[in-house]
Design a protein around this ligand. Structure first.
Ligand code: ZN
Length: 404
């Protein structure tokens, strides 16, 4: 791994590689030196970095196919790389590594479970893979390690299933803080807020299926509704709107029940606003702005200090974004008003049990119309890992939210 070295070290690297051929050169985080060279004089250029990059480019040109040296590089930001790097003869093959799917996660679990000395015999890697959509390989390694620590802390002789589930919960939601001081009034607000999310998402067909709702503080969040995101590649307008309404469900519940709102919805509002902006400016989902997208996938817009649209369009975008969020809020209010009884029941149950699962929602509202999490009763339970939790707290917390 090398970062920020000068041209002479690049020369030296290639010299050594040729001497030691056959060999592989691996450059991690190549965007550190491979960032697109600036064309705009106003922005100022980074001479040292550009010299390094130029040297790398010319060294790579000097290779023939049978020199026995293979060059590999890794980056998360292929969009900002200099085009010259990706030209034929240099890095001419790109391998896109996506987050692992179900089958792949199972295989990764098997790798990381191997070093654990004593694991419960009924532990099934497939089961663990199902609990961890959206996890990367590193997350899985972390979960396994965390599970071993939890088991050790409890003086267990082997790592059990529950330890893994606790570890997964911790990675998604942060550490459970049962002794955080919360006044009864606050607790009530949190319960109604979370029950609001749960009620709205349960009754909207296209929202993500709910897994559990909790009012036990975790990390920065005071409460959370956990969803299992579907492993889908495209999202429709209906799905986005329903998810937005679910996000607004917390604040809507506070307004209806207490007739006042709190700062607890900060994270919800932030996410909702970003989502709505994306709908208008990226996905062409607003009728007024139309089918235009201001998304720049190349990431090398030299003139990024100016917006690619006029002042009038900017006003329109703001208006449309507000309209989308307002609509979602109205939907949430409507659902909560129409299902007042169920919402109250749910909140009371939350105050009593602190954590509730899909079963409770089925009992109160009946079966869900949309997708459901396959849930096998409280006995077998705590089937609740997921890659997507909606968190509420006064501070913005880093949730495992993906662009959805
Ligand atoms: Zn919320």
């Amino acid at each position: 791994m090398f970062v920020g070295v000068g041209a002479s070290r690049v020369r030296d690297l290639f010299k050594q590689a040729k001497e030691k051929s056959p060999c592989i050169i691996f450059i991690d985080e190549i965007d550190a030196i491979g960032r697109a060279r600036g064309k705009n004089p106003n922005m100022g250029a980074n001479d040292e970095r550009e010299n390094t990059l130029n040297q790398l480019l010319s060294e790579m040109d000097g290779f023939d196919t049978n020199s026995g040296v293979i060059i590999l590089a890794a980056t998360n930001r292929v969009d900002i790389l200099d085009k010259a790097l990706l030209r034929a003869g240099r890095f001419d093959r790109q391998i896109h590594v996506e987050l692992p799917d179900l089958k792949e996660r199972e295989e990764i679990f098997k790798v990381h479970l191997k070093p654990l000395k004593k694991i419960d015999t009924d532990l099934n890697p497939e089961f663990l893979a199902k609990q961890t959509p959206g996890f990367s390989g590193a997350d899985i390694a972390n979960a396994v390690n965390e599970a071993a620590l939890i088991a050790a802390r409890k003086d267990k002789s082997k790592v059990e299933r529950q330890d893994f589930l606790d570890a997964i919960d911790r990675i998604i939601g942060g550490l459970e803080k049962r002794n955080k001081i919360i006044s009864p009034a606050e607790k009530k607000t949190i319960a109604y807020h979370e029950a609001g999310h749960a009620t709205v998402s349960w009754l909207l067909e296209h929202a993500n299926p709910l897994v559990k709702v909790t009012i036990v503080p975790r990390g920065q969040a005071l409460g959370a509704a956990w969803y299992l995101p579907e492993e889908r590649q495209i999202t429709t307008t209906e799905q986005m709107m329903d998810e937005l309404s679910s996000l607004m469900g917390g604040r809507a519940a506070e307004e209806i029940v207490f007739n006042k709102v709190s700062t607890g919805a900060l994270n919800d509002l932030e996410r909702a606003t970003k989502k709505a902006y994306a709908m208008v400016t990226y996905f062409g989902m607003s009728s007024e702005v139309g089918n235009v997208s201001y998304y720049d996938s190349t990431g090398r817009n030299e003139y990024s200090f100016t917006k690619p649209f006029s002042e009038e369009t900017a006003v329109l975008i703001d208006k449309e974004t507000k309209k989308i969020v307002d609509n979602a809020y109205q939907t949430a209010l409507k659902i909560l008003r129409e299902n007042k009884e169920g919402h109250h029941k749910l909140a009371k149950r939350l105050l009593e049990k602190e954590v509730i699962f899909t079963d409770d929602l089925v009992e109160i509202f009946g079966e869900r119309k949309g997708a459901q999490v396959d849930f096998k009763g409280v006995e077998e339970q705590v089937v609740d890992g997921n890659g997507n939790s909606s968190e509420d707290g006064n501070l913005d917390s880093e949730s495992k939210e993906k662009i959805d």
